[in-house]
Each structure stands twice: as C-alpha cells, then as structure tokens.
Design a protein around this ligand. Structure first.
Ligand code: 13P
Length: 277
C-alpha cells in the first residue's frame, strides 16, 4: 500500500522508532526493499534520487513499486531523494511519488528558504510531503553522492527555516557522512538535541550506512524518525556478487538477479530491525 510520508513519520516520532529510507534504482533494489518491508511488516520508504534517472524514469519506478507493493497492508512511501531540480520534482509528483526532498542545502540560507517554500506550496496542494536539508554532509567511501563540506546544522537556523517554509521533515547534519566512514564517526548529539528542542517536525538522518547501532539508537531517542541508507546496500551486494563470480560456477544472469535481491534484503532487514528495536 503506497502511503503519504507524513502520517508514518508522525507515528514514528511518537513511538520513538525510525523508518528506514532505502535507495532504489533497479527492479532488484525495489524488490529487495519491498520484500523486506512485507516480511518484517514495517512501514518503509522507497527512495529514488534524481541522480538515478539514468537507471530508471519516474513512471517506471512508480509502476514497479505499485506492482510489488499494492497487495500488502504494509505502508510504503515513495520518496524522491536529493533533488535540486524543480522540473524533476513536478515529474515525480505527477508519476505518483508521495513525498519529495528538495535539497537546497548548497544555496544560501535565504535562497534555500525561498526555493523550498515554492516546492512546499506545490507539493502540499496535492497532498505530497516535503523534506528539506540544512547544513552539509561530507563524503565517505564507496558513496555515489557528491563531495560536500561537512557543515553541522545550526539549531537557530533550523527553527527559522521550519517556521518559514512549512516543510514536513528536515534533514540535519550532525556528523554522519554519505558513504562508509573513513575513520570514527564524529556525531554531535548535542546539536541534534538542540534542534529537536526547537522544532517538532520529524528529523531525518542522512548517511545511515555504517553508523554504529548505539549512535543510531541515541539519534532515534532524540528526534530522528527517518534514516537513509544507500551505500552499504550497494557495497555489501557488490562484494558478495564479486565473490560469487570468482567461483567456478557459470552463473546465468537471471540467477545473479536473484542473488542480488537476497543480498540487498540482508542489509535492509538488518537496518529495519535496528531502527525499530
Ligand atoms: P549512505 O549512502 O551513507 O547510506 O547515505 C544515504 C543517504 O543519505 C541518501 O540520501
């Protein structure tokens, strides 16, 4: 069942758990995420970023998610991850996405407010929720995201930003990175606490891959309701497929597809169990 993001995030904030947002870009990734959600019966976010438009278009993503998710009662939100283009946001909404992330974090604070407000007014008119981002998240290993300077979110700015824009969820930078950590994570829970004390909308943690379980749990206790995971699903699956291909077995491509889905599910289910426990 495809649902709006806001309702499942509100429940998560009240229930002190987080909903996993897992990046997809192929039939295998979508099937892996949705089968895990159905198996564990956990509300889940299927996230497709505009950088993956060379892999799939919005209509194909919607059609696949709808085909695999329509006969289950497990709530599934279809979310546009990191999007800088107004046109792509409109296309995703038209295709049936129930939530969009407008990423204006590269812009000045004032420009970010101005552009985010425009997206909020369009999206809300058709009951689509909006996530925005404040601050910068740097790049770790094996990620597909772009290089950014690490800028921790300013809690005062977060408060003003949410009031001005009316966004439904805010991605905050507190020390996680996009990709696998190159050293010890430097997570500042104090910044998160300060943000959470000022605003009551659900907070989003990008850069979930490789974040230690104790830190994840502390983030959830302090207002994080949505956690994005991309790199680890890819890195783990690629490593396992490489291992399989190194063996003497002569695999048919269809079997590789099935193996891929199994490896994707292992990582997705690990994180789902962590976010809900
Ligand atoms: P990771 O690649 O570090 O898991 O981060 C994913 C993410 O934040 C996607 O928006």
């Amino acid at each position: 069942m495809i649902v709006n993001l806001t309702s499942i995030l509100k429940d998560a904030r009240l229930g002190k758990y987080a909903i996993g947002s897992f990046n997809v870009y192929s039939y295998e990734t979508i099937k892996g995420v949705i089968e895990s959600a159905i198996k564990l019966n956990k509300p889940t976010i299927v996230a497709f970023g505009e950088r993956y438009l060379e892999n799939m278009d919005f209509d194909s993503v919607y059609a696949t998610v709808n085909a695999l998710g329509k006969n289950t009662n497990t709530p599934i939100a279809l979310h546009l991850d990191h999007c800088k283009s107004f046109e792509h946001i409109v296309q995703a909404i038209r295709a049936g996405f129930t939530s969009v992330m407008y990423d204006g974090s590269n812009l000045s604070f004032e420009e970010n407010i101005k552009e985010t407000k425009k997206i909020v007014s369009i999206a809300h008119s058709v009951n689509v929720s909006v996530e925005a981002e404040l601050g910068g998240i740097s790049l770790g290993d094996r990620s597909n995201e772009e290089e950014r300077e690490q800028i921790y979110t300013d809690p005062n700015e977060a408060e003003i930003f949410v009031k001005e824009t009316g966004v439904d969820a805010l991605a905050v930078s507190i020390g996680t990175v996009h990709g696998m950590y190159k050293g010890e994570p430097k997570i500042d829970i104090g910044v998160l606490k300060s943000i959470a004390s000022r605003i009551d909308i659900p907070l989003v943690l990008h850069g979930g891959s490789g974040t230690p379980e104790n830190i994840i749990k502390e983030c959830i206790r302090n207002g994080i309701c949505k956690i994005n995971v991309n790199t680890e699903i890819s890195a783990y699956t690629v490593d396992k497929i490489k291992e399989a291909l190194r063996s003497d077995k002569d695999y048919h491509l269809s079997k590789i597809s099935i193996l891929e889905i199994e490896y994707i599910k292992e990582v997705v289910e690990k994180y789902m169990n962590m976010f809900y426990s």
